[in-house]
Design a protein around this ligand. Structure first.
Ligand code: ZN
Length: 145
Protein backbone atom coordinates (compact mmCIF):
# COMPACT_ATOMS: atom_id res chain seq x y z
CA UNK A 1 0.00 0.00 0.00
CA UNK A 2 1.51 3.27 -1.07
CA UNK A 3 2.68 5.88 1.37
CA UNK A 4 0.21 8.25 -0.32
CA UNK A 5 -2.68 6.12 0.92
CA UNK A 6 -1.22 6.10 4.41
CA UNK A 7 -0.78 9.88 4.30
CA UNK A 8 -4.35 10.38 3.08
CA UNK A 9 -5.68 8.35 6.01
CA UNK A 10 -3.47 10.26 8.46
CA UNK A 11 -4.72 13.59 7.09
CA UNK A 12 -8.44 12.91 6.53
CA UNK A 13 -9.43 10.45 9.27
CA UNK A 14 -9.85 11.49 12.90
CA UNK A 15 -7.60 10.04 15.61
CA UNK A 16 -8.05 9.97 19.38
CA UNK A 17 -4.29 9.54 19.83
CA UNK A 18 -1.42 10.92 17.75
CA UNK A 19 0.48 7.65 18.35
CA UNK A 20 -2.16 5.86 16.29
CA UNK A 21 -1.70 8.35 13.44
CA UNK A 22 2.06 7.74 13.53
CA UNK A 23 1.43 3.98 13.36
CA UNK A 24 -0.68 4.43 10.23
CA UNK A 25 2.19 6.29 8.56
CA UNK A 26 4.76 3.63 9.52
CA UNK A 27 4.95 0.55 7.26
CA UNK A 28 6.83 -1.22 10.03
CA UNK A 29 3.96 -0.72 12.48
CA UNK A 30 0.82 -1.39 10.44
CA UNK A 31 0.15 -4.14 7.92
CA UNK A 32 -0.76 -3.21 4.38
CA UNK A 33 -4.09 -5.08 4.63
CA UNK A 34 -5.12 -2.91 7.55
CA UNK A 35 -4.38 0.17 5.45
CA UNK A 36 -6.37 -1.32 2.55
CA UNK A 37 -9.29 -2.01 4.90
CA UNK A 38 -9.25 1.55 6.27
CA UNK A 39 -9.03 3.02 2.77
CA UNK A 40 -12.14 1.05 1.78
CA UNK A 41 -13.99 2.15 4.93
CA UNK A 42 -13.37 5.83 4.28
CA UNK A 43 -12.99 8.63 6.80
CA UNK A 44 -13.99 7.60 10.31
CA UNK A 45 -12.82 8.04 13.89
CA UNK A 46 -9.83 5.81 14.69
CA UNK A 47 -9.86 5.23 18.44
CA UNK A 48 -6.79 2.97 18.66
CA UNK A 49 -4.23 1.23 16.43
CA UNK A 50 -1.05 -0.23 17.92
CA UNK A 51 1.23 2.01 20.00
CA UNK A 52 -1.80 3.37 21.87
CA UNK A 53 -3.26 -0.11 22.53
CA UNK A 54 -2.40 -2.75 25.11
CA UNK A 55 -0.56 -5.94 24.18
CA UNK A 56 -3.02 -8.37 22.60
CA UNK A 57 -0.42 -10.72 21.12
CA UNK A 58 -1.68 -13.59 23.27
CA UNK A 59 -4.99 -13.52 21.35
CA UNK A 60 -3.41 -14.42 18.01
CA UNK A 61 -1.12 -13.19 15.25
CA UNK A 62 -3.49 -10.66 13.66
CA UNK A 63 -4.23 -8.26 16.47
CA UNK A 64 -3.18 -4.73 17.42
CA UNK A 65 0.30 -5.83 18.56
CA UNK A 66 1.16 -7.14 15.10
CA UNK A 67 -0.32 -4.16 13.22
CA UNK A 68 -3.33 -5.98 11.75
CA UNK A 69 -6.05 -4.41 13.91
CA UNK A 70 -7.64 -1.04 14.55
CA UNK A 71 -10.51 0.20 16.69
CA UNK A 72 -12.80 2.56 14.83
CA UNK A 73 -16.12 4.36 15.15
CA UNK A 74 -18.45 6.16 12.70
CA UNK A 75 -17.53 9.80 12.20
CA UNK A 76 -20.75 11.65 12.92
CA UNK A 77 -24.02 9.74 13.04
CA UNK A 78 -23.87 7.21 15.87
CA UNK A 79 -27.52 6.23 15.88
CA UNK A 80 -28.17 2.48 16.04
CA UNK A 81 -29.14 2.50 12.37
CA UNK A 82 -26.00 4.36 11.30
CA UNK A 83 -23.82 2.01 13.33
CA UNK A 84 -25.65 -0.97 11.81
CA UNK A 85 -24.96 0.34 8.30
CA UNK A 86 -21.34 0.91 9.24
CA UNK A 87 -21.11 -2.70 10.49
CA UNK A 88 -22.67 -3.95 7.25
CA UNK A 89 -20.04 -2.07 5.25
CA UNK A 90 -17.33 -3.70 7.37
CA UNK A 91 -18.81 -7.15 6.77
CA UNK A 92 -18.69 -6.42 3.02
CA UNK A 93 -15.12 -5.06 3.19
CA UNK A 94 -12.69 -7.33 1.32
CA UNK A 95 -9.97 -6.78 3.88
CA UNK A 96 -11.93 -7.13 7.13
CA UNK A 97 -12.39 -10.66 8.44
CA UNK A 98 -12.93 -10.16 12.18
CA UNK A 99 -15.17 -7.58 13.81
CA UNK A 100 -15.57 -6.94 17.53
CA UNK A 101 -18.61 -4.95 18.58
CA UNK A 102 -17.94 -2.65 21.53
CA UNK A 103 -20.42 -0.56 23.52
CA UNK A 104 -23.34 0.74 21.44
CA UNK A 105 -22.23 -1.41 18.51
CA UNK A 106 -23.42 -4.52 20.37
CA UNK A 107 -27.03 -3.33 20.38
CA UNK A 108 -26.77 -1.98 16.84
CA UNK A 109 -25.57 -5.36 15.62
CA UNK A 110 -29.07 -6.68 16.32
CA UNK A 111 -30.17 -4.62 13.27
CA UNK A 112 -27.61 -6.31 11.03
CA UNK A 113 -28.24 -9.45 9.01
CA UNK A 114 -25.44 -11.71 10.21
CA UNK A 115 -22.86 -12.57 7.55
CA UNK A 116 -23.44 -15.80 5.68
CA UNK A 117 -19.78 -15.75 4.69
CA UNK A 118 -18.06 -18.26 6.96
CA UNK A 119 -14.82 -16.32 6.53
CA UNK A 120 -16.26 -13.54 8.71
CA UNK A 121 -16.00 -13.58 12.49
CA UNK A 122 -18.12 -11.19 14.55
CA UNK A 123 -17.74 -11.23 18.33
CA UNK A 124 -19.00 -9.05 21.18
CA UNK A 125 -16.11 -6.91 22.44
CA UNK A 126 -16.06 -4.85 25.65
CA UNK A 127 -18.41 -2.04 26.73
CA UNK A 128 -16.36 0.85 25.28
CA UNK A 129 -17.86 2.43 22.15
CA UNK A 130 -15.65 1.10 19.36
CA UNK A 131 -15.59 -1.45 16.58
CA UNK A 132 -12.54 -3.68 16.47
CA UNK A 133 -11.45 -4.76 13.02
CA UNK A 134 -8.77 -7.25 12.04
CA UNK A 135 -7.47 -7.19 8.53
CA UNK A 136 -6.26 -9.71 5.97
CA UNK A 137 -7.17 -10.48 2.40
CA UNK A 138 -9.96 -12.87 3.26
CA UNK A 139 -10.35 -13.89 -0.38
CA UNK A 140 -6.68 -14.43 -1.12
CA UNK A 141 -3.42 -14.66 0.61
CA UNK A 142 -4.02 -17.20 3.32
CA UNK A 143 -2.94 -14.74 5.97
CA UNK A 144 -5.95 -15.72 7.96
CA UNK A 145 -5.14 -18.13 10.75
ZN1 ZN B 1 -9.35 -3.68 19.00
Amino acid sequence: MSIAVRQNIAETYRFLDSLAKADILDEGKTNTYLIAALEMIGPCLITSVRSDHGDDSSLGPHGHSSGFAADIWPNDDTSDLAIARFLESLIANTYVWTIGTGGLAQGAYALVTPPKDDRMIVFPDNTTNHIHIQAANKYGSGLRA
